[in-house]
Design a protein around this ligand. Sequence first.
Ligand SMILES: [Zn+2]
Length: 395
Amino acid sequence: MTVRAQGFKKNRACRYCGATTLDLVLSLGEQPPSNSFLRADQVAGEARYPLDVYRCERCALVQLLDVVPAETIFDDYVYLSSTSKALVQHYGRLAEILTGRFGFRAGDAVVDIGCNDGVLLKGYTQPGLVRIGVEPSKVAEVASAAGFTVFRGFFGPALARDIVEKHGPAKVVTATNVFAHVDAIGNFVDGLRPLLGHDGVFVIEAPYLLDMVEQTLFDTIYHEHLCYLSLTPLVPFLARHGLEVFDVERVPFGASGPAIRVFVQPVEAGRLVGSSVKQMLDDEACWGVDRPEPYRGFARAVEQVRSGVLDILARLKEEGASIGGYGAPAKGNTLLNFLGLTPAIIESIAETNAWKQGLLTPGSHIPIVSEEEFLHRMPDYALLLSWNYLDFFLD
Ligand SMILES: [Zn+2]
């Protein structure tokens, strides 16, 4: 029996343009939400949802249509960004860049949507800056305790009005690893106009579709990530909401691997639109972002990864080796579930985040243990599930 939580829905139209001509690009099977780590007594009631990726044939947006109720994903959300040294560094640097580029004055407000525990807000060190976070999950309490002004809820026009009433429009609004997670994205964007005033800047950072396809990063696909961003569908979508992309860059290391950073302004703000925008649109057209071929190649490459990894694991098992996993990020679960791995193959997974220790991975039900316990068990091989931190392991 397939368990589904109340509120699950399948969209019939593109999230950006409303077209109903949607092409199935890749199916990763039915999976539980990637962040739903669970106790042994919760296994029987575990819900699963299709993890299928579609491409809009009209605007080229790559997206999931199956929407897991946000409450299901966020209620037990246990990820604290500040537990990752890599993320603290990354967001610290981003706050520095934004401070340098947009020149804050005392009393200015900055807003981080999806602020988690305040990891990006901490990076703004200029005195007198009003640092505001928006966060729907209970992690909001951690950000509040750290001294930030936190609005708990999902961002939209109502929450934006609340912020503006209390603190005025924001100089810079960031949404890192958030923008592609929102189903009712039109409503989200409608909140930006009032919040940005006449010349505020909105910064999106999100995994970049072209990197995902070219590097076969299919484990960045999970139910929370409803869209896989490229610039081509984003520019006209934002334009319909009175917003203009004025700069864009590729970032080698984001929260979920390689990313793009998109700088957006209200159309009347009038900052010059950089050549980076046309350049990226041209590059994407040349790459074939609006054609089926790159995605067919992606689906074939994903199949090859599956059979390749399964072959290696089967050979190691035949040799009598014990195998563990290292790191239990959300995306590790896409890989574990797509490959059909179980505790019979991966005995346990080491994870530094104490909230996850003692729980099982969603779908695959592999026990999560502390690093100390992992070292005590000492499997012969470990499958690295946090590949985007590989550089830090190597350092
Ligand atoms: Zn579309």
